[in-house]
Design a protein around this ligand. Structure first.
Ligand code: 7RM
Length: 632
């Protein structure tokens, strides 16, 4: 493998090269792929508009690199191992040859239904192989996929379909998750009452849930697939042609469509996959993320397939049929590399070691985490009980907007330190700045984490609104990409991400905007105003604390709280349900009417005595009332 780093000295040399001559560095990495036409310039960029282009005028199709390129040598190797929700159902495998054929067939289905290059296609599916096939089929024909996590509600789905004017939706009758069966198609039906851009809906049969098929619009996957063959030439894509949109929460009430392009994303996800996990040919690799999140895009589908890996896809949840399921699947499929979220580790730790003991876990070689800071205790538990003190843990820091892993150990190469993401990958130039944007140099310092030079998978725009991309990420600090995270650099130059410094919270590793949750709460007819903040939560990392003002006094407060939770589920999805709801008469506001969230955060954290400066409060008595009623 020409791109493989094998020692720490080599990492240091590669890092040095990547900073001194980024263009030569990335051109060498890109050379390993199949291009239909080579690029004529490696990089053009400014962070002021922003405008970043990689591998200019290069032509490619990412699916040829994920699939066709591997057919000769590993056509019969497993590309995907699929483990169903219910362990009694038989697992499925798809070789590279089979996956290639399925992707081509479904790409032809899309074409038959009018889809073409540049169209936006929404995918709202359970974690079955057809989800990966649908994603790749879009990429095959140059349609831009927008995957929406199957746990989002009809309203979240409608907003996302509408924002990108999707012409087609791919879904399933339903999806299995643990003991539940989610009726996806009926959620799509409800969403589409608000979206007239959608001309066709393709429905996979998975749960046999009864569905209503709308004539002229809705089609069964199994019928459509009968009408096509498996021959489908890959569309020629420019490096900078859009590959996908993925919505992510921000400080405003409306999620943004993060746009990634083809060439740079391909080079970066493959390079980081191979190096961070030190993937060896033949290894079975398992990333537990849903494809509805960026981790599933980059490290379940694209990164592994680009590297010719065997990637395991799991339909279920960690606690079904019991809390030993992850460990059971690891033994069953002899998983070598396991990548999951700290929140999952903490919740399984809380269930006790009896669920771990029956399993050998001796196939494991590398462990990884992603999504939020991992506390030292959870790290040690994972290291000792799952890795048997033999497997390096890669704590990978990155974002939807970065496309791929940015700061992380290389497994077995970088010396790890619990709760540290450690060092930047080659090509990544992190800087810490103070509130004014002055760079904080040296070690043993803390600041806001920014990146000062582009990498190939950097966000290109926010769909339909480039100004928003600038404002969100490039306007705070001149000529820097701002991550929204706080960060410490210790005496060894190691990075430790301390958490968000803006109005978004990471709940069980999922990014949620507080304003978005407030909007959902305010949909309840009896609520006039609300304010949402995070509070530290043992398992989820952060929990959701909502302060709500009802329009009139209601004596049935428990019922009201229940309705608020239902409203949030309905408008956003179950992941955004508040953990604590406090009914209040007023919110702490400044004279200009701004809610002082700083005060609410302190109260939610239980720090009543030290609320900081409250002199600008319009009505200090409000704070006293909130303090008295605070929920422990
Ligand atoms: C991949 C993903 C991004 C935010 C990011 C951080 C937090 C992610 C880590 C982490 C500490 C980590 N994309 N985050 N990984 N914090 N250590 N290893 O999660 O767009 O959904 O979220 O997640 O706050 O800014 S994301």
């Amino acid at each position: 493998m020409p791109n493989r780093i094998t020692s720490f000295d080599e990492y240091k040399r590669e890092y040095q090269r990547s900073v001194e001559n980024p263009e030569a560095f990335w051109a060498a990495k890109a050379d390993a792929f199949q291009w239909k036409q080579k690029w004529d310039k490696v990089l053009e960029w400014n962070f002021t508009e922003p405008d970043v282009k990689w591998f200019l005028n290069g032509k490619l199709n990412i699916t040829e690199n994920c699939l066709d390129r591997h057919l000769k040598d590993k056509g019969d190797q497993q590309a995907i191992i699929w483990e169903p929700n219910n362990p009694d159902e038989k697992f499925r495998t798809l070789t590279y040859k089979e996956l290639h054929a399925e992707v081509c067939r479904f790409a032809n289905v899309l074409k038959n239904n009018g889809a073409k290059k540049g169209d936006r296609i929404c995918i709202y599916m359970p974690m079955v192989p057809e989800l990966a096939i649908a994603v790749l089929a879009c990429a095959r024909i140059g349609a831009i996929h927008s995957v929406v996590f199957g746990g989002f509600s009809f309203q979240s789905l409608a907003d996302r379909i509408h924002d990108a004017s999707c012409s087609l939706v791919i879904t399933a009758d339903g999806g299995f998750r643990g003991a539940k069966d989610i009726a996806l198609k009926s959620i799509v039906d409800e969403a589409l009452l608000q979206c007239d851009s959608v001309k066709k809906v393709i429905v996979l049969k998975r749960t046999n849930t009864a569905v209503i098929m709308k004539p002229d619009r809705d089609l069964w996957w199994h019928d459509e697939i009968q009408k096509v063959n498996d021959d489908c030439a890959a569309e020629v894509m420019d490096s900078e042609d859009e590959l996908f949109i993925l919505y992510t929460s921000g400080s405003t009430g409306k999620p943004k469509g993060v746009v990634h392009s083809s060439g740079g994303y391909m080079v970066y996800t493959a390079y980081t996959f191979e190096n961070v996990f030190q993937y060896n040919q033949g290894d079975v690799y398992w990333c537990t993320a849903d494809i509805g999140w960026v981790t599933g895009h980059s490290y379940l589908v694209y990164g592994p397939l680009l590297c010719g890996a065997t990637t395991l896809m799991f339909e279920g949840i960690p606690t079904f049929p019991d809390a030993g399921r992850f460990w059971n699947v690891i033994d069953k499929h002899k998983v070598n590399i396991f990548y999951t979220a700290p929140t999952a580790i903490r919740s399984l730790e809380a269930m006790g070691l009896d669920f771990v003991k029956p399993y050998k876990l001796n196939s494991l070689r590398v462990l990884g985490t992603v999504g939020e800071p991992i506390n030292e205790e959870a790290w040690q538990w994972y290291h000792k009980n799952i890795g048997k003190e033999k497997c390096p843990i890669v704590d990978t820091w990155w974002q939807t907007e970065t496309g791929g892993i940015m700061i992380s150990p290389l497994a077995g190469i970088t010396k790890t330190k619990p709760s540290f993401a450690t060092l930047p990958l080659p090509g990544i130039q992190p800087v810490l700045v103070d509130e004014k944007g002055n760079e904080i140099v040296g070690n043993n310092v803390e600041g806001r984490l920014c990146i000062k030079f582009p990498w190939p998978a950097i966000i290109r725009t926010t769909y339909g609104n480039h100004q928003r991309c600038f404002e969100n990420y490039f306007s705070q600090f001149k000529n820097l990409y701002f991550t929204g995270d706080g960060c410490r650099r210790d005496e060894d130059g190691y990075y430790r991400i301390t958490g968000r410094v803006d109005d978004v919270i990471k709940v069980s590793g999922h990014l949620l905007g507080t304003a978005e949750i407030e909007n959902a709460i305010n949909e309840h007819p009896d609520i006039v105003e609300s304010a949402v903040v995070g509070f530290p939560h043992d398992i989820k990392g952060w929990g959701i604390y909502a302060f709500v003002i009802p329009e009139h006094q209601r004596s049935d407060t428990d019922q009201l709280k229940k309705e608020i939770i239902e409203t949030v589920s309905k408008y956003m999805g179950a992941i955004a349900k508040p953990d604590k709801i406090q009914i209040v008469k007023g919110l702490p506001k400044t004279r200009s009417g701004k809610i002082m969230r700083r005060i609410l955060r302190k109260i939610a954290e239980g720090e009543m005595s030290n609320l900081g400066d409250t002199s600008t409060l319009l009505d200090p008595s409000v704070v006293e009332e909130i303090k008295t009623g605070a929920i422990k």
